[in-house]
Design a binder for this molecule. Structure first.
Ligand code: GMT
Length: 378
């Protein structure tokens, strides 16, 4: 199949999933075309089955906002025609599903038919899409997609609750390439990051308010009062300055390593003992799955779909959003006992195996095939 993938090219989970999906599809013999405004951060153009087409939005001073959707729709039309793309898979409803629908309509005028699969990732439904300013357009473009997927049961239910949806929504969870996340690297370089007696606690996110990074700091502050520990904070975002300030105020700045944006998540996770994800909202929690794949137990909130990946008392613990005391208690329970920590580590890795890309990617392939068959019949 020739598959066009539209996504955000940034470090966010939806872009990562879309990129990893495209790469795996290309390994499985499909021709994949990424159509986006920058080369996706995890995309290495190593295969001649993978193409990247940049969407350019010319600046024009008359426009207060540059019309990205328009440029994207036009690019989609051109690329579908040029490469004879069979199907478009758009990740994150806003504005991708809307732009794809416009492209589909334009192509239809020329007698070309291209179906659209839309994958809902989370904030496109729970935080942004639900805003009254966007809601009619998001509802319309979901209903007009030829197939719709959501990354968790929780997100599917949120979508059905918040929008007037007339389409079936298939749940296809986030997935992981288990070979990338080994149980233990030989070159783990733990000794460069912490002393042998220190436990390493890690948080990875885009440091947005929804991630509640201040709760990460509170939990870590409590942990390090009880035992030697270091915190690895990975990612960049609007909360970073406030977080740095708070660490200084609490006198723990020396124990917190700010690693910024990183493409070496697997290396960081390989020396981590515990992962913190106290998010306010989280449709799935790809970061938690990445941690678990590296045998790192997870202390998280119970928001959204996190419970579909982090299993209470098995791979870690879940608490109510903002309950940092409960999170601290659970973190110490795992960290204080070496044997228990190792059991949680093994459980985390075992649970992550359920989300192996070799199990999940074929689900997308089946949806493409089914959509193409149905659309050809109509
Ligand atoms: O929350 C993020 O870090 C970014 C966001 C995105 O849209 O890129 O992630 C969302 O999609 C991921 C991949 O499907 C999910 O694993 C995340 O849980 C989801 N984030 C939220 O729902 C807040």
């Amino acid at each position: 199949m020739k598959i066009g993938i539209v996504c955000y090219p940034t470090f966010g989970g939806s872009g990562v999933v879309a990129t990893e999906l495209g790469l795996e599809l290309s390994k499985r013999g499909h021709e994949v075309h990424f159509i986006t405004y920058n080369q996706p951060v995890r995309l290495e153009l190593i295969s001649n089955n993978v193409h990247y087409h940049e969407v350019n939005v010319p600046e024009y001073p008359l426009f207060h906002y540059q019309p990205y959707e328009l440029a994207l729709s036009s690019k989609l039309v051109d690329m579908v025609k040029l490469y004879k793309i069979d199907i478009l898979h758009v990740h994150y409803a806003i504005p991708h599903a809307y732009a794809a629908y416009m492209a589909k309509k334009m192509l239809r005028e020329e007698g070309i038919f291209v179906p659209i699969v839309t994958t809902l990732h989370g904030t496109d439904i729970t935080l942004v899409g639900n805003h009254p300013f966007y809601k009619p357009a998001v509802t319309f473009s979901i209903n007009k997609s030829d197939a719709v997927t959501a990354v968790s049961e929780s997100l599917k239910n949120d979508t059905l609750r918040l929008f007037d949806i007339k389409r079936e929504i298939n749940v296809v969870p986030n997935f992981i390439d288990l070979t990338k996340y080994h149980d233990h690297f030989n070159d783990c370089q733990r000794s460069m990051m912490a002393k042998p007696e220190e436990r390493i606690v890690t948080h990875i996110s885009n440091l947005r308010p929804v991630k509640r990074v201040q709760d990460v700091i509170s939990v870590f502050y409590n942990i390090q009062k009880e035992m030697p520990a270091k915190l690895m904070l990975v990612g960049e975002g609007p909360e970073r300055e406030k977080v740095e300030l708070r660490c200084k105020e609490l006198g723990i700045y020396e124990k917190v390593v700010f690693l910024g944006k990183s493409n070496e998540i697997d290396k960081i996770l390989c020396y981590s003992d515990l992962f913190l994800l106290p998010s306010e909202a989280e449709s799935f929690g790809l970061a938690a799955l990445e941690a678990m794949s590296s045998s790192v137990p997870v202390i998280s909130s119970n928001a959204g779909g996190i419970s579909e990946v982090n299993k209470q008392g098995v791979t870690g613990f879940l608490s109510n959003v903002g309950d940092v005391d409960d999170m601290t208690k659970n973190a110490l329970y795992i960290l204080k006992d070496e044997k228990r920590l190792n059991t949680f580590k093994a459980n985390a890795r075992a649970e992550a195996k359920k989300f192996d890309l070799h199990t999940i990617v074929p689900q997308y392939e089946a949806i493409y095939e089914d959509t193409l068959t149905k659309c050809l019949v109509l």
